[in-house]
Design a binder for this molecule. Structure first.
Ligand code: SF4
Length: 347
């Protein structure tokens, strides 16, 4: 997709649109009409803003365009309706997004960077490092691309796709405010998932937001966590948990600790005891994630292990839920589709 020389209208605030409309010699109320076309009707081209005067449409067309990420590939899990998208950005870079269906509405898992610098050992996205940050429009554009393709409205967002959101702090913050104020998705319906960058968690707590925070924990042992996640070396566990408590104190929003259960690695009796020590007297909630299984046999065994692990946690007074497995039939773990495309661009 060659990068357009025209400025992208998608992502502009009402104030920005007013300035554009005034600069083209039109009345300010036209900005509100354009705003409604862009964000309520999610139009894909300037000419689709039907009730704007022809003259204004022509002037807009000369200088502006509407760009959302382009869909390259869609995989659908017929069992649960989960759709995984490979999307191309204006400069040709690829990212992945996932649309999941729940009883309470549709949830989108979005990418915040092309690649990732965090290098977690279990993750395909971080395999080749970070290429670049996504702009706030590119993050929000994933929502519109998926809504346009699926015909469904998205009501919940998880920033859990490719990239570390707190490593793209300003753009992610702008995205959250834009999505809340312009696309109408409530902050309490947005979850930011971080690998655990302590100073940025303190910064986020001061932003006066009501979003949910999820921290990837994966082990209560410092050395084991370091082996799984490079970020743990510079963000030790005791400091991470303190930052999580501060987030709760400042925002009143409970922090969720994500825990991918890996058989024989972090689901032993010793792991349970260490988790008990780590969260003693602290507000906590663990979200247990079955490791992405490949065969049906492994899926069953993985489910059984997670259930046993949860029972052990419960006995020790630790609260947890098991994450519903979406898209198990389409390899919904992040980064896999992009890596496959990069390895064989002609497929
Ligand atoms: S798990 Fe998240 S933070 Fe870690 S490498 Fe993958 S995308 Fe980056």
């Amino acid at each position: 997709m060659p990068k357009s020389k025209k400025d992208n209208l998608f992502g502009k605030s009402l104030k920005d649109l007013e300035q554009i409309v005034l600069s083209l010699g039109e009345k300010p109320f036209r900005a509100k009409q354009l705003f409604n076309w862009l964000y309520d009707n999610r139009i894909k081209a300037v000419r689709d803003a039907k009730n704007l005067p022809k003259e204004l449409l022509e002037k807009l067309n000369e200088n502006y365009t509407i760009v959302h990420p382009k869909i390259v590939e869609v995989l659908e899990d017929e069992e649960d309706g989960t759709k995984k998208y490979l999307l191309e950005l204006e400069d040709g870079e690829l990212v992945e997004s996932v649309l999941m269906k729940y009883d309470y509405g549709n949830s989108a898992c979005l990418s915040t960077q092309v690649g990732c610098a965090m290098g977690c050992s279990f993750c395909a996205s971080g395999k080749n490092g970070k290429v670049r940050d996504l702009s706030s429009e590119e993050i929000a554009g994933q929502i519109v691309a998926m809504e346009n393709e699926s015909g469904e409205r998205i009501s919940n967002i998880v920033l859990m796709g490719m990239g570390e959101p707190l490593d793209n702090y300003e753009n992610v913050l702008n995205f959250i405010r834009f999505t809340n104020e312009v696309l109408g998705i409530g902050q309490r319906h947005i979850t930011l998932s971080t690998s655990g960058i302590v100073p940025k968690i303190y910064d986020l707590a001061k932003e006066d937001l009501q979003i949910n925070l999820a921290i990837s924990l994966h082990s209560a042992f410092q050395d084991k966590r370091e082996k799984l996640m490079k970020v743990a070396k510079t963000n030790p566990l005791n400091e991470l948990i303190k930052a999580g408590e501060d987030y709760f104190d400042q925002t009143g929003r409970r922090v969720t600790y994500e825990y991918t259960v890996i058989e024989g690695v972090n689901d032993t009796e010793a792991d349970v005891s260490e988790l008990k020590k780590l969260f003693k007297g602290k507000v906590h909630h663990l979200n247990l994630i079955p490791l992405n299984p490949v065969s049906n046999l492994k899926r069953e065994s993985s489910k059984k292990n997670v259930n046993i692990f949860q029972e052990r946690l419960k006995k020790e007074g630790l609260t947890s839920t098991i994450r519903k497995k979406n898209g198990a039939n389409i390899e919904a773990a992040c980064g896999q589709l992009r890596n496959r495309k990069l390895q064989s661009p002609s497929t």
